[in-house]
Design a protein around this ligand. Structure first.
Ligand SMILES: Nc1ncnc2c1ncn2[C@@H]1O[C@H](COP(=O)(O)OP(=O)(O)O)[C@@H](O)[C@H]1O
Ligand SMILES: [Mg+2]
Length: 309
């Protein structure tokens, strides 16, 4: 650990990075500081782009709720790279910030929701007529979070879908096209949370996208989230996702201080990856058992020890 004159009584000092609209903890994470304190770690919330903060002197900077980064991706990733003790590490953030990682994981043998990437350049090359699924599908940006820019379409809504693709491309953003997984409407998606590469807890998220045939649209259809104890086959695929990601990035999976693996079942019932969140996932501590914040804090201790070694 670095010697930090600001460190109280030799206790390691951790900054939990948030954004300016929410300079203090989100209600879901209020338990984190107490859990860290119990394990001998000083922590405080800090706005990632505040010039008043000195992130370079913290023993560890943990990305938690930097939720304004998607519209300022370059600035955010540059900042990540400027922080010497960031968790998750900057190159993990960079890799995870572009959903084209799904194609890499599929290539590595992980079951992934079928995903086609449509680059802005595809149109410039004369491909004005991308092949779209013959069942309900989703068009979403490769860069984004919180369902921003994601929409569902029926095969007969091809023109609308192409307009949506074009609007993303006009912003210079490549798009992903995926068949809509109807199981999301029936049973939601399952999020599996890991700390230091070790499973902690799970929860279910309801559907988030307006139905394609509902022209009026109503946001927030989703029910949940609610706690779940994921089935063994979900647990196994989530473990496979972390192993494969570690291998792709050349890092041991315990180096992911936190990870959230979002899985859905295909029509055949088999689990598939919908999203891997290694940047600033909602972890829903309030839905988990009371020891979940302590598991997080213990993983922070392990990370501090690893960095000090
Ligand atoms: N292929 C899909 N099938 C069913 N639902 C989807 C699909 N893609 C996205 N969604 C819905 O849209 C939401 C947001 O998409 P996601 O890929 O998780 O991106 P992000 O959370 O980064 O915005 C998901 O939580 C899910 O409700
Ligand atoms: Mg998501």
């Amino acid at each position: 650990m670095t010697t930090d004159p600001h460190r109280a009584g030799g206790r390691p000092r951790v900054l939990l990075a948030t954004y300016s609209d929410m300079p203090e903890s989100h209600e879901d994470e209020r338990s984190l500081s107490a859990a860290l304190d119990e394990l001998g770690i000083d922590s405080r919330w800090a706005v990632w782009d505040s010039p008043a903060e000195s992130f370079e002197t913290a023993d560890l900077v943990v990305l938690r709720s930097t939720w304004d980064y998607t519209s300022r991706m370059k600035e955010f990733v540059d900042w990540c790279e400027s922080v010497p003790t960031l968790a998750n590490p900057a190159r993990v953030v960079r890799w995870n910030s572009d959903k084209r990682y799904l194609a890499e994981l599929a290539e590595a043998g992980v079951p992934v929701t079928p995903t086609r990437v449509v680059e802005p350049g595809d149109r410039a090359r004369g491909d004005n007529n991308p092949e779209l699924p013959d069942r309900e599908f989703v068009v979403k940006p490769t860069v984004g979070a919180g369902s921003w820019g994601a929409a569902r379409f029926l095969p007969e809504q091809r023109e609308r879908a192409l307009l949506h693709l074009r609007s993303l491309h006009d912003e210079g953003i490549p798009a992903l096209v995926q068949p809509y997984q109807p199981v999301v409407d029936r049973e939601g998606e399952t999020a599996l949370v890991f700390f230091g590469g070790v499973y902690s807890h799970g929860f279910v998220k309801g559907p988030l996208l307006d139905p394609a045939d509902d022209a009026t649209g109503s946001a927030g259809l989703g029910k949940g989230p609610f706690a779940t104890d994921p089935a063994p086959e979900l647990r196994r695929v989530a473990e496979d996702v972390l192993d494969a990601t570690g291998e792709l990035l050349g890092v041991a999976r315990y180096e992911f201080l936190y990870a959230r693996v979002d899985l859905v079942r295909g029509e055949d019932g088999e689990p598939m990856l919908l999203e891997l969140e290694l940047i600033e996932p909602r972890l829903n501590f309030l839905l988990a058992d009371r020891a979940a914040p302590l598991r997080f804090a213990s993983a922070v201790r392990a990370e501090l020890a690893r960095r000090a070694a």
